[in-house]
Unconditional design. Structure first.
Length: 557
């Protein structure tokens, strides 16, 4: 009945047509039965038994062994109807269907998304495990054309809501974790929403460590019994999701008993407990800084050192200078460095320019480098943000000591080189860059070459010889990958004594050896280029077949 109500809602716009269809169906049914009776009365003996079954598309309407007379009847009815009448036949069949009818009905519904979803909803209502088994075995039993994805979408969104334990039991009894990854994520999302405890067990057992579902239900679960929720989360680690779960539990527990939450975290050392403690302390400090401060001051030194970054980050959003002074007075060593990073992270969230000023006022140190990294990550935009790099951010970075610049670039060079490679190239060219790691230059060269290969190569030529060959080679390889003829022509025009000629060629061959078109492109090399390529490929780790093929080309066999 539920399926019928849903279907009638969908068809509400066709109420008049539905009424007409009902009347027509009754009338045509009467005529069909009369005609069939007359035909049987007048037909010679044996004719009905020997006449071939009528065809509809590529399906026969009668079968030697009919595994679903209901589906066969529906197929025949659909072949002789249209419009609203077809939906009437579908609704009638779905309501009358037994579990054994559904596979045939699903085949009949393929290509019709509405009918498939109605069918799937009714199938889930009557026998979700039967639908699950059918989907799992569809490839070997029902063959191509069976609407597996459409049925799975309904099953894995609805079944976990109705019977989460039944879903997990079914998965344990099959090769469940061999299911398609998107199905597993659908199941995980639905389980977390309906039963977070069951969902965490599923994600932990299935090693779903790189997926983070919504946390709405987790927040409600944690509110009811945060201690139990934390115990379950620790017992069922699930990677990325567990981090979100612990943060959510911490925020909720902080509303009722933050001290108990922190005591629990201290008694269960580990990364997840640290996430719980950090989230709890941040939330507590945001609501009652003095109470959180008193608790932290009374804690043992190990706990204080471990939780200070989260505490001062929350404090810094309101009074960054005071939080920074507290770090100087109460912490030392690596704990102080991490805490100061937390201070600047919190300060930058509310006042990025003010946070940058705090870093500028600090003396060169490990703490300043950590603080610079925190501010830079807030100030330099991600490529997908569609924002330009603020000129004042670049100016600020240029005033810092070399070690602070180095650490900041470690965190932001990917986003800066993708957002504005030219401004980053100008920055590195204007500073010594001695402390900056080589991979920062190489990554920039690659992104710069995607926009303007000539400019990338010219920029690399102005670097130190060793760094220029590495970065320039990366730019050349990127250019040769997209425009092999133009890049190779440029390389061949270099003077014979130019160190870039041999270095860039070697870097290009190392990448080219793995490409599908390697044999054709190596075959077009000059004799001297082949000799260099032969030397490079001989030393590379390649499959026996590929190495033999490339060496055969290079040796001209």
């Amino acid at each position: 009945m539920k399926v019928l109500i849903n279907a009638l809602t969908i068809l509400m716009a066709a109420v008049l047509g539905l009424t007409v269809g009902l009347a027509w169906r009754a009338k045509s049914g009467s005529h069909s039965r009369s005609a069939d009776t007359r035909a049987r009365a007048s037909a010679p003996s044996g004719v009905l038994a020997t006449n071939p079954a009528p065809q509809v598309g590529k399906f026969r309407l009668t079968r030697a062994h009919d595994d679903s007379p209901l589906a066969t009847k529906l197929e025949q009815d659909l072949s002789m109807s249209s419009g609203v009448t077809r939906w009437l036949y579908w609704l009638e069949a779905i309501e009358k269907a037994a579990l054994t009818d559904f596979p045939r009905l699903a085949l009949l519904a393929r290509g019709n998304s509405t009918a498939t979803r109605l069918l799937a909803a009714r199938w889930v209502e009557l026998g979700p495990r039967h639908l699950f088994d059918t989907i799992v075995n569809a490839g070997s039993v029902l063959g191509r054309g069976f609407p597996v994805n459409e049925l799975a979408s309904v099953l894995f969104s609805e079944w976990p809501k109705q019977d989460p334990e039944g879903v997990v039991a079914a998965l344990r009894g099959t090769n469940s974790f061999g299911l398609r990854s998107n199905w597993r994520m659908d199941i995980a999302s639905a389980l977390i929403e309906s039963d977070p405890e069951c969902g965490l067990r599923f994600m932990s057992e299935g090693h779903l460590h790189n997926y983070g579902p919504r946390m709405n239900a987790v927040a409600k679960w944690a509110t009811r019994d945060p201690l139990h929720a934390a115990d379950v989360a620790l017992a069922n680690p699930a990677g990325y999701a567990s981090q979100f779960v612990m943060e959510t539990i911490g925020k909720e527990w902080a509303k009722t008993d933050p001290a108990r939450a922190l005591e629990f975290a201290s008694a269960h050392p580990g990364p997840l407990s640290s996430m719980l403690a950090g989230a709890t302390l941040k939330s507590w400090a945001a609501r009652s800084l003095n109470d959180a401060s008193d608790w932290l001051a009374a804690a043992d030194s190990a706990t204080r050192n471990r939780l200070s970054p989260a505490f001062v980050e929350a404090w810094a959003k309101h009074d960054a200078p005071a939080a920074l002074a507290w770090c100087d007075a109460n912490l030392s060593g690596n704990s102080q460095v991490q805490a100061i990073g937390g201070v600047l992270n919190g300060a930058a969230a509310s006042d990025i320019v003010g946070a940058a000023g705090l870093v500028s006022d600090m003396k060169p140190s490990a703490a300043r480098s950590e603080a610079a990294s925190a501010v830079a990550q807030k100030w330099f935009p991600n490529p997908y943000d569609g924002k330009a790099v603020p000129p004042e951010a670049i100016e600020w970075l240029a005033t810092l000591d070399a070690e602070s610049v180095k650490q900041a670039l470690e965190q932001i060079h990917f986003r800066w080189s993708e957002t504005e490679p030219k401004s980053m190239a100008a920055f590195l060219a204007s500073s010594s860059g001695a402390e900056v790691r080589d991979h920062v230059f190489s990554n920039l060269a690659k992104n710069l070459a995607r926009q303007d290969p000539a400019e990338a190569l010219e920029w690399a030529s102005r670097l130190s010889e060793e760094r220029g060959l590495a970065a320039g080679g990366t730019a050349f390889v990127e250019w040769r990958h997209s425009q092999p003829e133009a890049a190779m022509s440029w390389l061949r025009d270099l003077p014979a004594a130019d160190a870039r000629r041999d270095s860039f060629l070697r870097q290009a061959v190392q990448l080219l050896a793995y490409e599908p078109q390697a044999a054709d492109q190596l075959g077009a090399f000059s004799a001297s280029e082949r000799a260099t390529a032969l030397e490079v490929i001989t030393k590379m780790s390649l499959s026996v077949e590929r190495r033999a093929r490339l060496l055969e080309v290079l040796k001209g066999r």
